[in-house]
Every structure is written in C-alpha cells, then in structure tokens.
Write a protein that binds this ligand. Structure first.
Ligand SMILES: [Zn+2]
Length: 267
C-alpha cells in the first residue's frame, strides 16, 4: 500500500515538474511576444515583469535606447552606437517625420539564442512599438528604415520588394547594390530579370542574396527618377499597380532601363 502511494507521489511530482517546465518556457516566449506587441506605455512594465533583459547593458541616447548582451561581442560600443544614431538622423532627414518614441534597439551576439529561446529570427523591426531586434553584424540603417517607412502614413500598404528595397537602399553602407546583384548574376545565370514579376511576387522564389541588393538598387533607381513628392506618395501604396497608376509609361521606362543595366553586365 505504502509502495503504491510512494509511486503515486513520485509520478505526480514528475508530472508537476513537466507542467511547470512547459509553463515557464511558454512564459519566457510569451514574455517577449507580449513585450513586442504591448503598447509602449506598458512595455517597460512587461519587460521588468518577465525579467527578460535584466542582465543586459542599457545605453540610452538621444534617439535610440540600446540593449547589449552583457558581456557583448561588440567591443567598441561607442562607435556602434554613434553609427546607428547617425543612421537614424540620415534616414529621418529623408523621410522628414518625427517618431513619437525612441527606438528600443536590441543587439544580440548570435542568431541562435533568440531563435531557441523566443522562436524569433533575427533581425527584424517591430515598427508598431518602435523596436529593433538585431544581430550585431547587421547594417546600421536597415531596420531603422523599416520603422520610419511604416510611419510615413496612417496605413502604409507594403509590398515586400519595395519595403525591403527601401531598407536596403537606406542601410547606410557604401555597398553598390547594383554591382552586388550583377555579381550574383554572373555566378548564377538567371536570364533576363523581370522586375514587374519579382515586384508582384513580393520578392518571389529567388534567394535573398540576390533579391535584397536587387530591390535596393531598384528603389534607388526610383528615387533617382521620381520627384521626392512622387516617390513618397507612392510609398503609401507600394504595389506595382499603384506605381503604374501614378507614373504610367514613365514607370515602364524606368523598369526597362533598369533591366537593361542589369543584363548589360552579363555581356
Ligand atoms: Zn528588412
């Protein structure tokens, strides 16, 4: 009788441990999700409640609050911060809008930990709550651009080709995106690229290594060929159909010239 009772207690305890384990891991995951989605006013509260970033180093600057893992692989944090503050100013100078909150900018040493802990794939921006979740090797401006472009209008209709292209275009690196796309095409013959198709497919099935620089180069081409007002009006609805409605034949010429520049490299 006593042995049966002991077994019952043991099994119950094990069951309890498993349930508590699941609950804690859910809480950990849900904690970040809550943090991502809660209204900014309550975010700090949920942060503290879930102790998610308690041991992180926090550096509050003019436009951005930085969160570094502690210790962090970022050796020169001052330079890291300066580059992103400068990126913020450059991007803001283009969009000419103010953000109502500072950006919370999280910097991870690796992509594996947040994936395992929170099931999040770095890096990405969460424009609704003005947060950037980044891997330390990311460009200074990409995710910050996502936040600005989201707040250009009340309801921006995004299209992946343009939305990512915009972030690549404003990543604040000196990389020549068109050359990168061309280099890719030299190594991986893709035939003549059809911008309209990739645009309408939302980047389509081609690899990011090609479509990201391609989209960045194309957005730069739009900026160079449209007036500032035209470009910003278009950004509110980034679909091909809207661009066609706004710019008509001019759009077809821009696309045709761009496709020719791409294929010229192959000759
Ligand atoms: Zn992006």
């Amino acid at each position: 009788m006593k042995t049966t009772f002991n077994k019952f207690v043991l099994v119950s305890l094990l069951l309890l441990i498993v349930i508590i384990g699941f609950w804690l891991s859910y809480l950990h995951y849900a904690g970040l999700n809550l943090y991502v989605h809660l209204n900014p006013v309550f975010r700090k509260g949920s942060l503290v409640f879930f102790n998610l970033f308690n041991d992180w180093k926090i550096v509050e600057r003019d436009k951005i609050i930085f969160y570094f893992q502690n210790p962090s692989v970022v050796e020169n944090q001052s330079e890291f911060i300066e580059r992103r503050e400068k990126a913020f100013k450059n991007i803001q100078a283009f969009f000419k809008i103010d953000l109502p909150h500072k950006i919370d900018f999280f910097v991870w040493d690796n992509r594996e930990e947040p994936l395992a802990k929170f099931k999040i794939q770095l890096g990405f921006a969460s424009p609704l709550d003005f947060s950037v979740y980044s891997f330390y090797k990311q460009t200074p401006g990409h995710e910050i651009t996502h936040i600005f472009s989201h707040h250009l209008a009340k309801d921006v209709r995004k299209c992946r080709f343009i939305n990512e292209g915009l972030a690549v275009c404003f990543d604040q690196t000196n990389m020549d995106k068109l050359s990168v796309a061309k280099e890719y095409m030299k190594k991986h013959p893709l035939g003549r690229i059809q911008i309209r198709k990739i645009w309408q497919d939302g980047l389509g099935s081609l690899p990011d290594d090609f479509t990201y620089p391609l989209s960045g180069a194309f957005v730069k081409c739009l900026i160079d060929n449209l007036s500032e007002d035209e470009f910003k009006e278009f950004l509110k609805d980034q679909s091909y159909e809207n661009a066609k409605r706004l710019f008509g034949d001019k759009l077809e010429k821009i696309i045709g010239d761009f496709e020719n520049r791409l294929s010229n490299i192959l000759d």
